[in-house]
Design a protein around this ligand. Structure first.
Ligand SMILES: [Zn+2]
Length: 302
């Protein structure tokens, strides 16, 4: 039995054009498409008379102008960042300069800076010195008269990742944690499979059924997707473990077994995803490795 996932890879949008996705919520897609960002980063404007911007997106004058135009003179009171990857956070300073709004986010300073050597989300993707004006941790509330957001710390894709639940609306701003167009990239050292699985399980009992992600279209029936992603990760993990038990003893040799048809542009991401599974298996004593589980380090079943 396989657990291949069906993704929603269509999306109606035009770059820079505000599109309503729910009452009082407008989405603007930034023009930064790539294999990791799909069509581009979603920026959300929340509110009717006073606004918050969730994920200002990349540094891009056209995108900043589109946000200000969509605000149409209504004040932007908060700039909220789901995580300090550059495609979400880099536009924050420019938006702050234009509006005076403070930046809200988890902050990066407790996480060690790491280089870009093996990580497709390396230094060029991560703002290691991202420092919000207001630090947000799990359970914190950000609110205005018209709405109330509660922060949910959801590490896995990134250690500082936050989702935001919109109270009484059944809506979750899910950032890059859960998206409809693809599963998120969990790539060490930035990503942690153990954290990712815990952060998926954290969402299962929650009431929100509509997710507004950082890339791609809105996700309806979200719990079903979260359950499918959990099953998918377990299935992938079983494949990795079975390969190691069959004597396929390095990450390098496991990748083509697990991802036989992978697009070469994504092969380093696939290798890091395998590494994330291997680290998770090692942490639970199911696999052993002398030293760090790098690309060609021998792995054995425990
Ligand atoms: Zn992203």
């Amino acid at each position: 039995m396989t657990h291949e996932l069906k993704f929603k890879t269509t999306m109606q949008f035009a770059y820079g054009e505000p599109a309503p996705v729910s009452p009082g919520i407008v989405r603007i897609v930034a023009n930064n498409p790539s294999p990791l960002t799909f069509k581009g980063t979603n920026t959300y404007l929340l509110g009717m008379t006073e606004l918050a911007v969730i994920d200002p997106g990349p540094r891009d004058d056209g995108h900043l102008a589109a946000i200000l135009k969509a605000a149409a003179g209504r004040p932007i009171r908060q700039i909220i960042v789901t995580h300090a990857h550059r495609d979400h956070a880099d536009g924050a300073e420019g938006l702050k300069a234009a509006t005076g709004a403070p930046i809200f986010g988890y902050g990066r300073e407790t996480f060690a800076a790491v280089g870009p050597v093996t990580n497709p989300q390396g230094a060029e993707f991560i703002d290691y010195v991202f420092t919000p004006d207001t630090k947000v941790v799990h359970g914190d509330v950000i609110e205005q008269k018209e709405w109330r957001l509660q922060a949910i710390h959801t590490p896995g894709h990134a250690p500082d990742h936050l989702c935001f639940a919109l109270a009484d609306r059944g809506i979750l701003f899910s950032g890059d944690h859960v998206m409809a167009w693809n599963t998120t990239l969990v790539a060490p050292p930035e990503g942690s499979m153990a954290d990712y699985v815990d952060s998926l399980e954290l969402l299962l009992p929650r009431a929100e059924s509509v997710y507004l992600p950082g890339h791609g279209d809105r996700l309806d029936d979200a719990q079903r997707t979260v359950r499918a992603y959990l099953l998918h990760r377990r299935w992938r993990e079983e494949q990795v473990l079975a390969a190691i038990r069959d004597g396929v003893g390095t990450i390098q040799s496991i990748v083509p077994v697990i991802y036989p048809t992978i697009d070469h542009k994504l092969s380093s991401a696939a290798a890091l995803s395998v590494q994330a599974h291997v680290e998770h298996l090692i942490a639970r004593g199911l696999v052993t490795c002398d030293g760090d589980p790098t690309w060609d380090q021998p792995l054995s079943p425990a």
